[in-house]
Design a protein around this ligand. Structure first.
Ligand SMILES: [Zn+2]
Length: 123
């Protein structure tokens, strides 16, 4: 090593795993009472303000998998259906079709140009 520093245990996993959250909503779940993060205590989430700092009265816990399932269901209910989502799909496919037609037109133009080049070189 040039500077004498060896890779840590985390560093040996490579860039793909560096600084990645361990769970789906790691760092995103906050206590509604004190605002501290909810942290893992086994498979349950607990308020770190209560458990680690003793500054919060909220001692309620919840299974991490329950939080993940509820949030994913809410995202699906709120954003992946209804008029706004239908409009998104309509615009998306309109733009996608337009791009596909443009790509096809470019291919046809290039094939035509290639054909002209072939005719010139055979003369
Ligand atoms: Zn709290």
């Amino acid at each position: 090593m040039a500077n004498g520093v060896r890779g840590s245990a985390r560093g040996t996993k490579g860039l793909c795993h560096a600084n990645r959250p361990l769970y789906l909503f790691s760092g995103l779940t906050k206590c509604g009472i004190c605002g501290h993060s909810y942290t893992n205590n086994g498979r349950r989430l607990v308020c770190s303000g209560n458990r680690e700092r003793g500054v919060c009265t909220n001692d309620r816990t919840i299974q991490r998998e329950v939080v993940e399932a509820r949030v994913l269901a809410a995202l699906g209910d709120r954003f992946l259906q209804g008029p706004a989502f239908e409009e998104f799909c309509r615009v998306f496919w309109s733009l996608e079709n337009e791009a596909r037609m443009q790509r096809r037109a470019n291919i046809v133009a290039l094939e035509r140009e290639l054909s002209k080049c072939g005719r010139r070189s055979s003369k």
